[in-house]
Design a protein around this ligand. Sequence first.
Ligand SMILES: Nc1nc2c(ncn2[C@@H]2O[C@H](COP(=O)(O)OP(=O)(O)OP(=O)(O)O)[C@@H](O)[C@H]2O)c(=O)[nH]1
Ligand SMILES: [Mg+2]
Length: 582
Amino acid sequence: MEFTVTAAGLITPIRKVLLGVFMAESTDNKSFLPARDLLNGVRDTCDRLHIASLKRRIDICAALLEENPPIDVAILGQFKAGKSSFINSLLGKPILPTGVVPVTTVITRLQYGPGERAAVTHFDGSRVEIPLEKLADFTSEAGNSGNIKNVEVVDVDIPAMADYPGLRLVDTPGMGSVFKIHMKIAQDWLPEVGAAIVAVSSDRPLSDNDLELIRELTRHTPNIILLLTKVDLLLPDQRTEVVQFLEKTLEKELGKRFPVFCFSTRVDTEQYNRRIEMEILLKLSTNRDIEFRNILRHKVRSLASVCINYLEIALKSALQADRERDEIRRRILDERLSLTAIQEDLMLITRENSRQTRTFIMQHLGRLEQPLREKLTEDLRGELPRWKGNLWRLTRRYEEWLTENITAALESISRTENRYFLGTLKKSRAAFDRALFSFRALLGQNIETVLGLKLAEADWRIEVAEPSHPDVGFIRVFDFHFDLLWFLIPMFLFRKLFEKHFLALIPRAAEMNLSRLGAQWESRINVTIEEMRKQAAGYVKDEIATIEALLEGSSGRTEEIQELIAGLQERLADLSNEGGKK
Ligand SMILES: Nc1nc2c(ncn2[C@@H]2O[C@H](COP(=O)(O)OP(=O)(O)OP(=O)(O)O)[C@@H](O)[C@H]2O)c(=O)[nH]1
Ligand SMILES: [Mg+2]
């Protein structure tokens, strides 16, 4: 792969001029006061009304305020979109591991340092320095499979980041691959994001998952851009077409315009890099303090509006007499929204789909059985004349040959045909999505009818990581033991008979082993369906518990809740005024 060195010579003088502005704009702690005030208000409110779901976002904002770290410019997106390659290209050096299979396993932050060094922070808080050449041992699937080494984050210092003071480039694991842990790591990190570059590859431009990701990111940052990667796979006029498609689709789906940039490691790399540097990175870097404040404001405001939404529900409920409150509760969480009923629905989806998984897979595998049988028979016919020896040796050779050939065939089927096995997985995902959507819609409708309020959007998202491939095993089908009598059987008389017998065993071997492959895929797919059910049930349970706590815990607290809302709104206004001034 080629790496293009950034045009440091061009950028540095500009950077120096701009840096003067940057230093002059430098922020002191006072400029965070309105955001800090609002955040404290949100935290206090959530503590008092037991709104647990916002805790992590509150903690992250508090840490950002406290530490005032560099702006994290995260490269996010589906697996193999070219995220790590893009960062390497910006840095002009293959620092991060890349590859044709899902690679990046943990969050990796790169920032300026006078010398190259890397440090690994583990979930238990321990931190160790590692040689930069050993980076892949911690950040790649090959070196740290499924993050078995419990790495929370890897920090890399590198002189090439001198072009972007005040920024950290963040490489994230890809979403949507067979490695569910990658998706979880990236997703858990989203509340930390400062600016987001969402990489979408030219060979699969924009999926539902990308849209969901962008939608979720809008809660955490005002700075989101799309990066159309691998544009060398498109002809120049196709590039324009895809960029326009992306811009239009995003505006239609998300009601907002997002800038789209092109990138390739293979063609015009320097030109693409330059545009991204000038229009994104240098802009963020030279205005680092103002941008950082904007990002924090965005995060805290978005948190506060969800919190106020919950408070309004509590207030409406508090304003009612106890008897009426019972009635409200009954009308909001009516029988259609009973947790048991919804859990049963989700169970039903799981059961129905899981039951069909085997049939679905076997239908497809059934079509492959005949060709497999024919191929094995033909290959064996070609092989047999070459095998020498007594019956014992012939049988061992046959066993080895069959094991090797069937295993290879099953592995190839598993790799190339797996998309045909995922039917019930996709169906159940759609059914869970629908169930969650209608639960939310019903709850929203009830809250609107009964209290006249709109329910805020939820951060709900079911992960769709495909199951991993099974280790293809082989079932023995040799149930004869003549070979033990090899010294009694004259091969020159019986060889043809045994060859016929070997050939006759093939159909059964093919059938049994395909059926086993089907069973292995079935169990993996059904485990994934069950995981999705648990996630969906978890969302519903938490939401009902929050609404119940708000409705029930509000009794006799009208004034307190009114004060909390007024307090938060006042601080929100302060924050917006401050935003207007800057
Ligand atoms: N044709 C083409 N291939 C590219 C380009 N950029 C990356 N690739 C290839 O795409 C594959 C994936 O690249 P990575 O950088 O590892 O992708 P990633 O998004 O970091 O992948 P994960 O870390 O697994 O999520 C590699 O085989 C790269 O060589 C590009 O601009 N053009
Ligand atoms: Mg990567």
